[in-house]
Design a protein around this ligand. Sequence first.
Ligand SMILES: [Zn+2]
Length: 189
Amino acid sequence: MEPAGGDVLSKLWATFTPVSRPPLASRGEPRWRRSRLTPRTALPVRRDCWASPPANPPWPRPAAKARAGGNPPFGSLLVGPDGTVPAEAGNTSLTDDEITAHPELKLARWAARELDQDTAARTTMYTSCQPCGMCTGAIERSGLGRVVFALSSEQLNTLKPAGSGFPRVPAEGPALWEEARVPVEGYYQ
Ligand SMILES: [Zn+2]
């Protein structure tokens, strides 16, 4: 999906009404979450504007902040059913020395832990780039209802040097049906 034109978004942005919401830090979230995610209190995005992502500059901001902080240039934010932004996150895989520190994964984990099922289903993740396979799996498990990405994986690859992807790791199996099924059998009813 391509981001909408800047002029249209600017006009929409001018019509938005900010909605107040207490910051996450005041609602007792664990410390790590406050340090890893940046809660927003009043990003003005209306529910009747779902077709358009939050206007510039808020949408690309987490990605720019990630890059400015010495990390890969990717970031994401959530927009809840009330139009506010409960959390945003940037990639911190370098500064954290953590290969899974992708913003989409952080927000998917946050949503699964902090949002009730109905709220999660009506929450959209806006992300600067199409989620990778790891993050897609987490998003599917999180209960979030929608993802909008600015840059496709294909477009991202045009901005990278040739051959800079990750190597395929061979996966072999199934290997031990009789033994491996024992702990699983009967678990899913
Ligand atoms: Zn990812």
